[in-house]
Design a protein. Structure first.
Length: 267
């Protein structure tokens, strides 16, 4: 029932971290996967090791067919071009996992009273615009082909969790926007047999998170003690949840936010 063989999937932000883990998982389930990222070599930035020369090669080794498209989805028309390229290649689109984004601006100036116009613009583009444009472009194709499944990427900081000292304020604010956008979109497109859900991870041990932890404390022992399950999350934990949400097992699940944080009340 969790099998999605024959599906056509797009994973944005899929060149590294959680996005790459989700792309590889969908390929292992039998989907043909297109990875979209503004930097397809992004895994190198934090020393994330690939199983092949590129993410596209990794996917091909699993499913036999894959695409990799370098694109900044915050730019006008970019998402439309990407989704059209996928449909031109495979004839349809059934799954979108919209992961592109992140806390990309400096931690040291991320508190609520310190947000600069420049940082705010960057985070709006990376987190909210990429989600909206990719979902909008995907829905246009899914509606005409009988439906589909979309998963957006929120964060626990976009819910009731507030980082100590008010850090990551703009990032959290925009993840809250992504979460509420997901609910609105699910309400609109449900009659077209398109399901839309959001995953809200907590502290996930990506290569980037570990590399930045000396400044942010995200992978510290005190952080781990906050988690009832006694460990940081792994990218596979998020991929497990995405697998459920895009599969037939979740055929009556839409408009939901699934928190993946080991039960923590803070992370």
């Amino acid at each position: 029932m969790g099998d999605i063989s024959g599906s056509i999937a797009v994973v944005t932000g899929g060149a590294r971290g959680i996005g790459r883990a989700c792309a590889l998982r969908l390929a292992s389930l039998g989907a043909s996967v297109a990875v979209v990222d503004r930097n397809l070599d992004g895994a190198k930035e934090f020393g994330e090791e690939l199983g092949a020369a590129s993410v596209e090669d990794e996917l091909r080794s699993i499913s036999g067919d894959a695409m990799a498209l370098e694109s900044d989805l915050s730019q006008a028309g970019a998402a439309d071009d990407v989704m059209q390229a996928v449909v031109d290649r495979w004839g349809r689109l059934g799954v979108l996992v919209a992961i592109a984004g992140g806390a990309l601006t400096p931690y040291e100036r991320s508190a609520a009273s310190q947000i600069s116009d420049e940082d705010l613009t960057t985070l709006i583009g990376a987190n909210l615009l990429t989600t909206v444009t990719s979902c909008r472009a995907a829905v246009a194709h899914m509606r005409g082909s009988g439906g589909g499944a979309i998963v957006t990427m929120g964060a626990v900081s976009g819910l009731k969790v507030v980082d100590p000292g008010g850090r990551y304020a703009a990032y959290a604010m925009l993840k809250a926007a992504v979460i509420h956008y997901t609910r609105y979109l699910a309400t609109e497109v449900g009659p077209w047999n398109i399901r839309v859900n959001c995953v809200a991870p907590g502290a996930i041990r990506t290569a980037r998170m570990v590399a930045q932890s000396t400044r942010t404390g995200a992978a510290s022992e005190s952080t781990i003690r906050e988690v009832p399950l006694g460990r940081l999350g792994e990218v596979s934990d998020v991929a497990d949840t995405v697998q459920f949400l895009v599969s037939p097992l979740a055929s009556y699940v839409t408009g939901q936010v699934v928190v993946v944080n080991g039960g923590s009340m803070r992370l």
